[in-house]
Write a protein that binds this ligand. Structure first.
Ligand code: FAD
Length: 108
């Protein structure tokens, strides 16, 4: 299997792209699909200790997925990633800039 870092980079690319292509105003159906996806993702992510910590974080008050639209969902995903960054002693990302990194591209 892929090592934890390779798996992580590929998965973050997938997850941030998922939020970058999410509708700006999601229908109730799209919102419940995304919540269901995230619950199962957090359960099945094939790095078991990563999955356990991620699930625990998601279930803590205030950290529930915010999926009404792209803006808040992208920010939530960035905060989720920052939680892992902190745990690993990596630099935190400025979540005001998630869309530049994952959707519209950095200027210049
Ligand atoms: P990554 O963290 O993989 O980031 C890739 C790119 O995303 C960065 O280069 C940057 O451009 C951008 N980025 C960085 N932070 C953000 C942000 N907050 N928002 C938006 N974009 C950002 N590894 C472990 O060792 N232990 C764990 O417990 C663990 N848990 C994980 C849980 C999940 C759900 C996932 C998806 C991964 C987990 N990982 C874990 C892997 C870890 O997060 C990294 O993917 C891995 O260490 C490789 O790091 P990296 O420095 O290449 O950049």
């Amino acid at each position: 299997p892929a090592d934890v870092e390779t798996l992580g980079r590929g998965t973050w690319t997938f997850l941030h792209t998922l939020s970058a292509t999410y509708p700006s105003h999601a229908t109730p159906n799209q919102q419940s699909d995304m919540r269901a996806f995230l619950m199962l993702f957090a359960k099945l992510y094939p790095c078991w200790n990563c999955a356990q910590d991620f699930q625990a974080w998601m279930q803590k008050g205030g950290n529930e997925p915010r999926v009404r639209g792209r803006g808040e969902f992208g920010t939530w995903m960035c905060e989720a990633h920052n939680e892992v960054n902190r745990k690993l002693g990596k630099k935190e990302f400025d979540c005001r800039r998630w869309e530049e990194r994952w959707r519209t591209g950095w200027g210049d």
